[in-house]
Design a protein around this ligand. Structure first.
Ligand SMILES: [Cu+2]
Length: 308
């Protein structure tokens, strides 16, 4: 009867169904009763109004029954909620990082993914981290939702019970593109998970870190940021693959940033000047930066590039 995409969803659905059924029972019951009394005790039939003082039996009934009902709601709610706050010790731990306006899932050792990929029937604990404002991580199909607050160590956990794709939403209004703060959970079988994880390991940080080290050691980061900030030179964030306006012999030209563009910018910076920036500040790195380091920088800049 209940969908059970996760181990906690049936519990949540049961309380919800219980509350809905009780509410419907009273909605219909009270409505019918009101209509009945309107007709039955209409002035036309029963002219003389009657006065009652108290009725002990009635008062006990309408106190005791609602108390039992709300206590039952509490009981079923507690039964469903309590296990949600007790993650098993051996649960797989992944950091869910929220920032304006995207989710990142950190599998440790610098391995991050934009979507949450998890193996079937394994307990997963998400440690919830915000890098800026308040967010809320909600996986409707799993019936789990927790706030993601900067400086507060919150978490949620669940065991996915069916293979499939499920949505992830942000439930706190966190600014302009809040409604775009979407991601996906992909529940796969263990073999597929292992394949995906091996791939993630391969494509993760390793080349990125190398390129970043070269940039730092060569002094590029004094003038270029990797996070979007404008320093003396243009930021590297989103540079690769984007279209830039450059001045070639004082005429504006549009160029798409590729490996060759970066090489030229570094070995012959005055050949093409980025619009809005000054000529002559960046010196040529010919003879300073080796080709192999150039390659590392290019690979790293690709990871900061336009396509997410
Ligand atoms: Cu958000």
């Amino acid at each position: 009867m209940f969908s059970e995409a996760s181990n906690v969803s049936a519990g949540v659905d049961k309380v919800f169904a219980f509350i809905i059924i009780v509410s419907l029972f009273f909605l219909i019951g009270i409505t019918v009763f009101v209509i009945y009394t309107l007709i039955r005790f209409s002035r036309k039939r029963n002219k003389k109004a009657m006065q009652f003082s108290d009725n002990m039996k009635l008062e006990i009934i309408w106190t005791v029954i609602p108390i039992i009902l709300v206590l039952l709601m509490f009981y079923y709610g507690w039964i469903a909620f309590a296990p949600m706050r007790k993650a098993p010790r051996d649960a797989m731990r992944i950091k869910a990082i929220g920032k304006m306006w995207e989710w990142n899932f950190d599998y440790g050792n610098g391995m991050t993914s934009k979507e949450l990929v998890i193996p079937l029937n394994k307990a997963v604990r998400l440690d919830l981290i915000s890098e800026d404002v308040n967010h809320g991580l909600f996986i409707p199909a799993f019936r789990v939702k927790e706030d993601v607050i900067p400086g507060y160590n919150n978490y949620l956990w669940f065991i996915p019970q069916y293979i499939g794709n499920y949505e992830i939403l942000c439930t706190q209004y966190c600014g302009l593109l809040h409604s775009n703060m979407l991601s996906k959970v992909r529940v796969v079988d263990q073999a597929e998970y292992d394949r995906w994880f091996a791939e993630l390991e391969k494509t993760s940080k390793v080349p990125e870190a190398e390129g970043l080290i070269v940039l730092r050691n060569t002094g590029c980061l004094a003038c270029h940021s990797v996070d979007g900030a404008k320093l003396v030179g243009p930021t590297f964030k989103g540079l690769f693959g984007s279209e830039r306006t450059v001045l070639v012999n004082n005429t504006e030209t549009k160029k798409t940033v590729d490996e060759a563009f970066i090489s030229l910018s570094v070995y012959n910076p005055d050949a093409e000047i980025a619009a809005g920036f000054s000529k002559g500040l960046m010196k040529s790195y010919t003879g300073v930066l080796k080709e192999e380091d150039m390659k590392k920088i290019q690979d790293y800049l690709k990871t900061l590039g336009e396509t997410k």
